[in-house]
Design a protein around this ligand. Structure first.
Ligand SMILES: [Zn+2]
Length: 311
């Protein structure tokens, strides 16, 4: 089939109490692994590129490869731009065949964020493309959280409701305690998702799809493989799968995974290269890495997101 938007998949996910995985890639081989994994368990999937990944892979290759994947596999696939900050790039993605775009104007103050998001929504909706936007600061590991009130730096529910109503967006990324990057939380630190805030937001805008960013779980076995073969990633823990499952039962319809894909893919490449020092055929290194991505995506979909069998 052709690439699809997220409208239908989010509606079903909301009603069914599960979430769609949005997996980031910056190489088409990784994308192969992602869609193979999703197809294996009959799940809809979002394949996502950042602005940096788009620049690296180049528009034509991203769009045509995604369309080829949608033709080959009998599952709904949405091609998504993650964290679009440049309006020209966002509009180019809409024009060239992306079915979903995320505008990240969250660094601006509220009114400016609304203004920029609205501009993109009107452009994208005219062309049949859906829009995600972000409100509130999703922490990076270096960020210091300034606590002002009980919501702290997290998304304020009343602002979320107003933002959705005024912009006409299709989904909203909220900040409730997830963090971008590999070093989300140090060992010993306890990751907490603010389900109270999630519930409040859901109560104000029932039926509206919410999104979690920075939701990798940093599987310890994948991290171990990466480091066993020369990697030097620090010990880190991500968001516990049971918390993601809980969020997926509520209004969270999309969960982003970036870090886990990288640790998995490049851990396997490190391993294959270390174990095959006399080989120089790329497939020796890339095939096991692609397979590992497919395994991880299928596992995550089945055990955490719950979208298996929902194609
Ligand atoms: Zn993000």
């Amino acid at each position: 089939m052709a690439l699809v938007t997220t409208k239908e998949m989010f509606k079903k996910a909301y009603e069914g109490g599960y979430a769609i995985g949005a997996f980031n890639y910056d190489d088409n081989d990784i994308m192969h692994g992602i869609v193979e994994g999703a197809a294996r368990v009959d799940s809809p999937v979002m394949i996502a590129v950042s602005e940096g990944a788009l620049k690296y892979m180049q528009m034509e290759f991203v769009v045509h490869a995604a369309k080829a994947a949608a033709e080959k596999w009998d599952i709904p696939i949405a091609l998504h731009l993650d964290h679009g900050k440049d309006m020209a790039t966002l509009k180019a993605c809409v024009d060239r065949g992306f079915t979903s775009v995320m505008i990240d104007a969250s660094a601006y103050e509220f009114e400016k964020n609304i203004e920029l998001t609205k501009e993109l929504v009107s452009y994208a909706h005219d062309r049949g493309v859906v829009v995600e936007s972000e409100l509130g600061a999703i922490a990076g590991i270096e960020d210091e959280v300034v606590v002002e009130d009980k919501y702290g730096a997290f998304t304020h529910p009343d602002e979320a409701a107003e933002f959705v109503a005024r912009t006409g967006i299709d989904s909203l990324a909220i900040a409730i305690g997830t963090a971008h990057g590999a070093y989300k939380f140090k060992p010993g630190q306890k990751p907490q998702l603010r389900f109270d805030i999630l519930d409040e937001i859901q109560g104000l805008i029932p039926g509206f799809p919410l999104v979690l960013h920075g939701a990798s779980s940093v599987p310890q076995d994948r991290l171990a493989t990466f480091n066993e073969y020369g990697g030097q990633l620090q010990q880190a823990i991500g968001i516990p799968p049971e918390m993601l499952r809980e969020a997926a039962k509520k209004a969270v319809c999309k969960i982003n995974v970036g870090t886990d894909i990288r640790v998995c893919y490049f851990g396997e490449i490190r391993k294959a290269m270390a174990l095959n020092p006399t080989k120089f055929d790329g497939r020796t290194f890339l095939q096991p890495a692609r397979n590992a991505v497919a395994d991880m995506v299928a596992e995550r979909i089945t055990n955490v997101f719950g979208s298996n069998g929902k194609k």
